[in-house]
Design a protein around this ligand. Structure first.
Ligand code: NAI
Length: 340
């Protein structure tokens, strides 16, 4: 492995929010990198902002395709550090071809995401958001707030990695029966009483389906017309993973027909045009998100599942450690370019 002497180079962050700057500046005190923050997304136009030989740090909706990577390579960029777990937005083959190392933060707080998935379930089920507003207007009626017990219900988890496992523990704490599907079974989950089943069995049996697998060619539009047709009527679907796991048009049809009883999404297929910004004064052109938000049984949060103090601390510490290790030794355990 070639050594890369990049310790003295600056790290250029894209898609940053004020909290990113706060956490990275705080923890960089122990690392001493020069940090530069851009609030805009990295893409084929904004790549021009990157200085020669800089280290580039990106998030979930930055565009790191072959064209962007080629331009980064022309600027002699050697490291792309993702400050997130999912890496579907990065062309790893192109990075490898140009000798650019890519690393990520594989797990910063799986509990943060798992707890948010359960928060979405509880909100959709027990309608605390409606109760909050209602009581403030002195309306103490319970009409329309009827929920169901999670105890005894079947929760299907698709993807039992770090987040799926953390979510399973929470679901079991509620007394739910947990069934799971993953391309790799986890013996610890089985020892905890979780039954692995085929995907179509999970889809047919579950009262609630929670998605915790990555987005890839196999999982894109996993929730579609065909899988929706197999689900129980009134099923609850929770997606805190990646938007394109769900075919949005199909799920809208499922909501209109009553097949889907509840939908909780922290991620959305076209989220890069919407999330992480205040668009309250804008006319939103995306009719699908507008339709989704018009349903009373749909809860949309704007990719906030990871957003806890503990997670932001780990994201900053692990990202900076990864960059340091790559700069000093040319490798880190969280390297993605080794996958291709
Ligand atoms: P992980 O890598 O620990 O687990 C993913 C699991 O999915 C693995 O067990 C893997 O075998 C499984 N899997 C892969 N292909 C599959 C397939 N075709 N069908 C079923 N299972 C499959 O990842 P982790 O940390 O649990 O994260 C899961 C996803 O959550 C990430 O890929 C990311 O997209 C998303 N995420 C969302 C966040 C948010 O704030 N909403 C924050 C962090 C991650």
């Amino acid at each position: 492995m070639t050594k890369i002497n990049l310790l003295s180079h600056k790290i250029s962050f894209f898609s940053t929010q004020p909290y990113d700057q706060t956490f990275f500046e705080k923890y960089n005190a122990d690392f001493g990198f020069e940090l530069e923050f851009f609030d805009i997304q990295l893409n084929e136009q904004t790549v021009t902002l990157v200085d020669n030989k800089a280290i580039v740090c990106v998030f979930v909706n930055d565009v790191v395709n072959a064209a962007v990577i080629k331009k980064l390579a022309e600027k002699e960029v050697k490291i792309i550090a993702l400050r997130c777990a999912g890496f579907n937005n990065v062309d790893l083959e192109a990075a490898k071809k140009h000798g650019i190392q890519v690393c990520r933060v594989p797990a910063y707080s799986p509990e943060a995401v798992a707890e948010h998935a359960m928060a979405m379930i509880l909100t959709l089920n027990r309608k605390t958001h409606k109760a909050y507003n209602r009581v403030r207007e002195q309306n103490f009626s319970l009409h329309g707030l009827l929920g169901f017990d999670l105890h005894g219900k079947t929760i299907g988890i698709i993807g039992t990695g770090n987040i799926g496992k953390a979510f399973s523990k929470i679901a079991k704490g509620f007394g739910s029966t947990v069934v799971a599907y993953d391309v790799v079974k986890d013996s610890g989950m089985e020892a905890d009483g979780v039954q692995y089943v085929a995907l179509d069995t999970l889809i047919k049996k579950s009262d609630i389906i929670s998605l915790h697998c990555p987005l890839n060619d196999e999982t894109r539009h996993l929730i579609n017309k065909k899988t929706l047709a197999q689900m129980k009527t009134n099923v609850m679907i929770i997606n805190t993973s990646r938007g394109a796991l769900i075919n949005t048009s199909d799920v809208i049809k499922g909501l209109k027909s009553g097949k889907v009883g509840y939908l909780g999404i922290d991620v959305y297929e076209q989220e890069e045009k919407l999330f992480f910004r205040d668009l309250s004064e804008d006319i939103i052109q995306d009719d699908k998100i507008q339709r989704l938000m018009s349903f009373p049984n749909v809860l949309v949060t704007a990719h906030q599942a990871f957003f806890t103090n503990e997670a932001l601390t780990q994201i900053a510490l692990i990202t900076l450690s990864n960059v340091k290790e790559l700069a000093l030794n040319g490798q880190t355990k969280d390297q993605l370019t080794q996958l291709v």
